[in-house]
Design a protein around this ligand. Structure first.
Ligand SMILES: [Zn+2]
Length: 155
């Protein structure tokens, strides 16, 4: 990474931002279908789980942009924009439960796969690059435990 030019770094960061934006769509769809199918409990727990994991995702978009020299309002604005596809997916999901319910598992598998790719290709190497690999690993473990616990407690 040290010998990487600024333009290839910028390209990498934008690819990452596009991946996050795309994967937000099925996430929104999942929440929409959850509420739209009439099960408010399922909709609520999905909304909480997906809302929680959106926070580090937003940070993961905003922080590299700051590193590229964007000012903080612009970085926050872009991070917010990547999240806007989520309520769009949500509205579509509520409105067309029967159309989207069958493809939801595929959409969510895609969202999970896209995030795993980004995490493995981008985030983990980045968090390990400044000698903080042990702290970063504990962060992954804690996040994993929280999401697994949520999955079982709320699901
Ligand atoms: Zn996500």
């Amino acid at each position: 990474m040290g010998h990487e030019g600024p333009s290839s770094k910028m390209k990498r960061i934008w690819l990452f931002i596009i991946a996050i934006t795309i994967h937000n769509f099925p996430e929104g769809l999942a929440v929409g279908v959850g509420f739209g199918s009439g099960d408010v409990g399922a909709g609520t727990s999905l909304a909480i789980g997906i809302g929680l994991q959106n926070m580090p995702e937003g940070l993961a978009v905003a922080l590299p942009l700051l590193g590229l020299g964007y000012n903080k309002w612009k970085a926050v604005g872009i991070a917010t924009a990547t999240g806007l596809v989520e309520p769009i997916g949500g509205l579509l999901g509520v409105g067309m439960v029967t159309a989207f319910q069958p493809i939801l598992p595929l959409g969510l598998a895609f969202a999970a796969g896209a995030m795993l790719f980004v995490i493995s290709d981008e985030i983990i190497p980045e968090t390990h690059s400044k000698g903080k690999s042990r702290t970063a690993t504990f962060g992954v473990m804690i996040g994993f435990i929280i999401m697994m616990a949520m999955d079982n407690l709320l699901g």
